[in-house]
Design a binder for this molecule. Sequence first.
Ligand SMILES: [Ca+2]
Length: 373
Amino acid sequence: MPRFSAFCGLLLMSAAVAAPAAQAPITGARAATAPPFDVRAVATFDNPWALTFLPDGQILVTEKAGRMLLLSADGKRRVIVAGIPRVDSSGQGGLGEVVVHPGFASNRLVYFSYSAPGSRNGIVLARGKLTGGLDGARLEGVTSLYEAHPLISGGHYAGRIAFAPDGHLFFAMGERQKFTPAQDLNGVLGKIVRLTAEGKPAPGNPLVGKGDPAVWSYGHRNPLGLAFDLNGRLWNAEMGPKGGDEVNLILPGRNYGWPIVSNGDHYDGRNIPDHPARPEFEAPKVSWNPSISPSSLLVYSGGMFPRWHGKALISALSGEALILVDLGKDGAREEARYAMGKRIRAVNQGPDGAVYLLEDKEGGRLLRLTPKG
Ligand SMILES: [Ca+2]
């Protein structure tokens, strides 16, 4: 099942473990491991971006240009979901994340993100109620619950959504390639915010009085992966600049240092001090140089791949791989890298424990991974 299901009801925010002082090793290019899975293509899309599963196995997929599709569990039948607002799909914008509410089976609520039309815009968190099925699906009553601010033009948006085990919603936003917004606590660009399921700043957020009341953590660049692990800890994966892609353990009120520190450097070659130079900022638990371009992060909770249980799977664009990361008590480490030969835009898990990937770009396929037969 999607990211939120397999948690016991721990009280996690406050129980999150303290960050160890140790600095993450910088990982270089790594040899691929022989994959323990068979791959079957089950559908094809035009620039797919995200996918999620309904409890019965049907699949929702977003395409960057603005379509949401509902597919049968086997991928063979599909329908366009009506009711999606118009999106700005220029540059890195478009229709993005899609997840279902933890209580979807009874409330049918679907949450999604998109970049709104306009010369200056923000990534929008929206919600609607899924009605109908493969004979005609629609999101009814679509409402914008939250919009990133300040409004700005261009750059990367992120827009990843994760429900916490206690029902709060975490929303990750990019700094739009404008650097300094990630450190400005009056705005939410380059931040992870913690919201109620209605999109309001959640009670008890850590920076109330010091900045925007929604902010949970800051100093992020392009946080495209966001998921809770089986112990209730929140992890992200984010794209660094040239090098310096990261996996971070996300703790309340912490500053992850972008753009002051990065294990990568500017695209034009100018140096950015590495994390060890400024230990007051949270250092990544895993960092990659050269880049792998992490596009999403799943914490695997199924039984089909016992060795992956409780570990993170990261889809990689430039890395053209699925990367297995062991989430340890005090750190994390890359455990295996499975070459996929294509840019991978998203990873998620079906209700039966199979792992699904979306390839990037036009003609991107939905791949179903099952243990090697
Ligand atoms: Ca650096």
